[in-house]
Design a binder for this molecule. Structure first.
Ligand code: ME8
Length: 640
């Protein structure tokens, strides 16, 4: 039987436009869902909107709209955003839908039948932005402990859910299921929280109307968190479609931000226990995207609009940044510079160049046809990469899984330098077929492994390798050897043109084709007449110029003008480079200096030391200056 996999995001409040914090959760859930589909599983991935409650009612009132008219607009904007980001949800649930209202009412009937609901008086504090009740003792300086905002005093009749009854069973469940709350830091927080004792929870309000009336007492409106959490079972078909419900419930993963773990790991399981329903397998509370030191949030208004980023950089770049930049589970700072750097270094330099170099060499050396190999050097690492991605995603280490794929890409790039296929070609070495096949096959496997994360790049890689699109590819296709010899590559445009900031574009008006912004690209790639005094862009591209950082420098024995440099090119092992700059630079002053290296220069032995590359410098009659980037760049950055 096909395995099934259910994953959810929080249902977001449509009280304002969503920002990249919401995109962060949703893109991560999408990547996990896509990964399970890639494995051939039957996936149910649901997201939606949490539309009731005081916050929405107040907000709509402020702009003179009815709550439903107000949320309708934002909800359609949210759906559009998820389309823009390529979110592959199977359902989109709105808590204002009749299918959900019926379920919430039935839940209240069942809680009552179980003896878990009683009428009393709530006296305490309420935070409307968080829709949370707080007892006096939990407030921090009189404010909400979650968002830091002001709280209001409530004194109203309310139905209570006997949460206190479930403290013990919950603790037992958490202790015997170590994977239930993740990461482990949140699990410990929750254990501590429950051990302090759970008070019964107020689950209805009477001071506003925008919500679901309790069937037993319609003056009372269901507490919005009970309404919201119930969405997960409504979406799986609870009380509507028993077969579907038993297939998709319990959820495998509730992915949420860390501030709402408490609702998902305490209140929600207690409600489910009361309803005699199975508990979700994992509640994962990821960290926050921060702007400066602060959590990005709708209420603070310090937000970044994901739509604008997609327009500027493309959705693969935005998805890649969100998935890769911050170790999943931790908080991380958002900066646009980091997004640009990630795109330029990982996507444009490492992945984009690997594809264009590989297809260019196959065109040039084997007539555009994937050769037939006799043996492989990259197979082991490619197979290891597949295992790593599976293992890391099974543990929801999204960013580490993406990083594993890019280690294979880096390895393949380094393999080109080590093997220098152009030399194998020149000398007629039959190993050329092995090397080119290794590169193309590593790229194909990379494309398969990237399918959960990126949407356009896997197809583009497949197309350039002559394989059509990658839509039908499954994880089983990441097995080594799937690429048929004889396939004809179809070299195309760079898949990730480097992003140039406006400042860079002004400083380098004559940037070469692949570095030029999109509008200039068409002109720059037009065929240029070849004459003796010029070189073609292809010839220029054979030069592998890279930024390196000098780690140490020392004099070469018996040579006045030579220094031996150890240069970090981001390859792991530093490179040894011999350079004729000893008359101009003191060795000890050079550590940390950035240089530009001709990285694919044939190695040469100079005074007994093998030099792997040449650094660039300008020389006049009386001085010599090493060429350095104006601002530090990551070691290994390609110069174009
Ligand atoms: O809490 N960094 O909805 P909400 C990372 N309706 N993730 C962030 C983020 C940030 N700066 N800001 C928001 C609600 N998020 C309830 C949920 S579920 C039954 C009801 C993400 O619109 C993160 O997943 O306030 C967080 O938990 C969620 O958006 C909160 O969205």
């Amino acid at each position: 039987m096909t395995e099934r996999f259910t994953i959810t995001t929080p249902i977001y409040y449509p009280n304002d436009r969503l920002h990249i914090g919401h995109a962060y959760t949703t893109v991560a859930a999408d990547a996990i869902a896509r990964f399970h589909r890639l494995r051939g599983e039957d996936v149910f991935f649901v997201t939606g909107t949490d539309e009731h409650g005081q916050k929405i009612e107040d907000r709509a009132g402020k702009v003179g709209k009815t709550p439903i008219a107000y949320v309708d607009e934002i909800v359609s904007d949210i759906r559009e955003l998820w389309q823009t980001l390529g979110i592959s949800n199977d359902d989109f649930i709105r808590t204002t839908e009749p299918r959900h209202e019926r379920v919430v009412q039935e839940v209240f009937r069942r809680l009552e039948a179980k003896g878990d609901l009683y009428l009393s008086q709530y006296e305490g504090w309420y935070c409307t932005p968080c829709e949370s009740f707080w007892v006096e003792g939990k407030l921090v300086d009189g404010n909400c402990p979650t968002c830091g905002g002001p709280v209001a005093r409530l004194n109203e009749e309310s139905y209570f859910f006997r949460l206190s009854r479930y403290a013990e069973p919950l603790l037992q469940h958490i202790e015997s299921n170590p994977e239930f709350i993740q990461p482990v830091s949140r699990r410990n927080e929750m254990i501590q929280f429950i051990r302090q004792g759970l008070e019964d929870l107020s689950v209805s309000r009477t001071s506003f109307r925008w919500g679901i009336p309790l069937p037993q007492d319609p003056r009372h409106i269901a507490y919005v968190w009970v309404d919201a959490l119930t969405n997960y079972i409504t979406a799986c078909g609870y009380l509507q479609d028993p077969e579907r419900f038993s297939r998709y419930w319990p959820a495998d993963v509730h992915l949420v931000g860390k501030e709402i773990v408490r609702f998902h790991a305490v209140i929600w399981p207690a409600l489910l226990l009361s309803l005699d329903l199975p508990l979700p397998k994992v509640v994962y509370g990821h960290g926050w995207l921060l702007l400066g030191e602060q959590k990005m949030s709708k209420s603070k208004g310090n937000v970044i609009d994901p739509r604008q980023l997609v327009r500027r950089y493309g959705r693969d770049a935005v998805r890649y940044y969100l998935l890769r930049e911050v170790p999943f589970g931790a908080d991380g700072n958002y900066t646009e510079d980091a997004l640009i750097l990630r795109t330029n270094v990982d996507l444009a330099n490492d992945l984009g160049n690997l594809l264009s170099r590989t297809t260019a060499m196959i065109e040039r050396f084997t007539g555009g046809v994937i050769p037939s190999p006799a043996s492989s050097s990259l197979r082991g690492q490619a197979e290891e990469t597949v295992r790593r991605v599976e293992e890391r995603l099974a543990r929801l280490q999204v960013s580490d899984a993406v990083a594993a794929v890019f280690e294979l890409v880096k390895r393949a790039n380094k393999f080109i330098e080590e093997e220098a296929p152009w030399q194998l070609h020149r000398s007629g070495d039959p190993r050329l077929a092995d090397v080119l096949y290794d590169l193309a096959e590593s790229l194909r496997i990379t494309a398969v492994l990237l399918k959960p994360f990126l949407l356009e790049a896997p197809n583009a890689i497949y197309r350039q390798l002559g394989l059509g699109d990658a839509e039908g590819a499954r994880l089983a296709d990441a097995a080594w050897g799937g690429l048929a010899s004889g396939t004809k590559v179809e070299r195309g445009e760079p898949i990730f043109p480097r992003i140039e900031t406006e400042r860079e574009a002004e400083e380098t008006p004559a940037a070469p084709a692949s570095a030029a912004p999109a509008k200039a690209k068409a002109e720059a790639t037009a065929p240029t007449p070849v004459d003796a005094g010029t070189i073609t862009i292809d010839e220029f591209q054979r030069l592998d110029l890279r930024v390196g950082t000098i780690l140490e420098a020392s004099r070469v024995k018996g040579a006045d003008r030579l220094l031996e440099l150890k240069v970090d090119l981001g390859e792991g092992e530093p490179r040894t480079v011999v350079s004729g700059i000893a008359e101009y630079y003191e060795p000890q002053a050079l550590a940390g200096t950035q240089i530009v290296l001709v990285a694919n220069l044939q190695p040469a032995k100079i005074r007994g030391v093998v030099s792997h590359g040449m650094i660039l410098a300008g020389k006049t009659a009386d001085t010599l200056q090493i060429v350095s980037p104006r601002q530090p760049l990551p070691a290994g950055t390609k110069i174009k």
